[in-house]
Write a new protein. Sequence first.
Lengths: 265, 283, 295
Amino acid sequence: MVSQFQPAGPAMEMGTAFSVQHLSFFYGQERVLTDVSLDIPQRRITSIVGPSGCGKSTFLRVLNRLYEVVPSARAVGQVWFEGRDILARGTDVVDLRRRVGMVFQKPNPFPKSVYENVAYAPRIHGVRKRRVLYDIVARALGQAALWEEVHTRLGKSAFDLSGGQQQRLCIARALAMEPKVILMDEPTSALDPTATAKIEDLITVLKDTYTVVIVTHNMQQAARVSDLAAVFLTGGEMVEYDETNRIFENPNDKRVEDYVTGKFG
Amino acid sequence: MNRVWSQRTAFALLGLSALAVFAALAVVLGFVTVRGAPAISWEFLSAFPRRGMTEGGIFPALLGTFYLVLGTVIVSLPLGVGAAIYLAEYAEQRSWIRVVRIGVNNLAAVPSIVFGLFGLAFFVKALGLGVSILSGALTLGLMVMPLLIRSTEEALNAVPKEFREGALALGATRWQAVRSVVLPVAVPGILTGAILAVGRAAGETAPIMFTAAAFYTPRLPRSPLDEVMALPYHLYVMATESTAFWRTRHLQFGTALVLLGLVLILYLWAAVWRARIRRRKRW
Amino acid sequence: MRSEVRSRIGEHTVRWIMGACAGVSLLALGLIVLFLFREGMPVFRTVSLGGFLGGRFWFPTSEPPSLGILPMILGSGLVTGFALLVAVPLGIGTALFVGEVAPASARNPLKVAVEMLAGVPSVVYGFFGLMIVVPWLQATLNLPTGQTALTASLLLGIMAVPTVASIAEDAVAAVPDTWREASLALGATRWQTLRSVVVPAARSGLLAGTLLGMGRAVGETMTVLMVSGNSPTLPPVLGWPVRTLTATIALEMAETPVGSPHYHALFAVGGVLFLFTLTLNVVGELVGNRIRRLA
């Protein structure tokens, strides 16, 4: 498989997954992101935090260009990934999305069996051999810490799983296509504390292999799991981006301090 | 107190109008059933009309309607589903979509007799297909297409957007997402619409009068270019134009019952199926 | 690599095919206009537009033919008008009852009943009318014949109920629940709420339903053909046979030589019908869109 996104450009600093430069975003006339610039490092967990309506989910959807499902959406600026500006014309979005997996706010398994959910991506990307598929599925479920719980019911409907299991299934589904990056859009907001803890454990393990970008409105979660944090505020501005510990202990911006200490949000 | 009574009166009147609708349906069904049932027999369903259509059965008309409906489905289902997929899933070119939608809505409002005229001028004469199953099926197919487009679009729109986004985020192309995730979920809804379209096509007379239907054929059709007898047209000519139509009332009631039964069973089937889809939904 | 390229080409092909399917409806509409025009226009070599629409006599086979469709226009108008007197109150009443009054458990059966009513083939209505309604009206009103404009109106009225009811129901369902709750919270009864909040908010939808019901009634063929008596009288009277535009086409097309003035005249009648229902539909859509934007 030859990808358009092989590391190439000299501008790419080693160890950077995404280099976002002057990104602004619009839905029709409405501005959702304002001139956001940041470098997201490889194999670290970067959290995007901020109050609701600050554009953090939109930001995430720029990174795999899923924002395009809304016809009036428009992104301006540059987002460099593996040596290319993914916002440029002619970008192969299908190839991009193969390399940048995504997990959604609400678990969204397909109405298929557990097995078929995980096998979906490799299948559409051309894997036909049953043996190979099975290995991919087993490995992905293993990585998502779900194999033990589901290996006896791979043929059952994905909807028979609990909410937390469904979300881990969705993670496995993304892992099965062997992406470089996993985007997570408030992945635990629909889950109970126990299921949340499991997912958080999983996320911290994933960073050994993958670049993880996680959107969350839960400050404690950002503090628990992420290495770096970017704080967005209403109006789609990024006001602070640094090591998570530093931001939580000693924010530079008064508004960020108010937000992380829970004065608003 | 006055307020209570005005509400009671008003609601009673509204209930009465609903009751009237129910009653109308019941009366039509009742009369046709009671007077038609005695005519129904295996022979009635399986035999040719005899003695200048004053005796015998309705088999050629039954078969003709089946052929017409089959042709209609073959013509309209792929086109209608394709159009609906385009409208529901490829929504970027919005001005084109708007134009298409206006076209579909207006096509739905064209009177059936005008479809008949068009079929005569275009399929029968201009394309030279003659009065045939093919001409009739094409005419009926165009007529039910808006129905299919609407019901399919509804079924597609009922598929949660999370499924589409999930597939796209895994690197599926638009069509892969539609084919492998969206369509399988929407299929029952699409088929429900198709059943209704079949019911509609089976009962229509005006569009096939000049394009497909024959008063009487001595043999069964052998090719799509043959003209056919059809149940609704058969009922019409039996009731108004045939020899001694006042003496074949029992056959007419029988034909009406068969036609009505066929169509209403299709409608009922669709309704039951739709209710089941709604109940089984897990997302 | 190759398989990827192929799948990308496939994507374009699929989009193109789906777009073409969508275009078929437009194409069909265009062809209908084209052929009605092509086959209908030549009638104006025989008769002027005014003489066609305003002519009082329809003797298409005499020499020279009289091709005036005024009796049919008025006949269609009379039948449709009285059909609406039946369909609109019943349709809107049913919609309000189903949507606002009936207990939830009765809603679905009622909806199915309305749908079934829409499903009854028009030829069956016509046959039912001919066998039951015609003799009954003749006897009850002591008429010389039961095949009258009134008979057709009654049946058409029932037939148009589902059209009116389903659109009215959508309109009523589109009224936000918060408005109802606000009204009830102010101490209004359900009927007061319905009358002063729901119906006014839904009125453009109710109007749209009426217009589309009208289109349904004007375009209906088999039922009127079978029960209206089909005599082109002028002026048309409720208790007397009438001829409608649709019935004229259905009755005469089969026996008309292709290319004769009569043949072209029937296509021109189709054109008149088409334009009329098109106008009703466009107006209905415009009116109906207002409520959708509001909701």
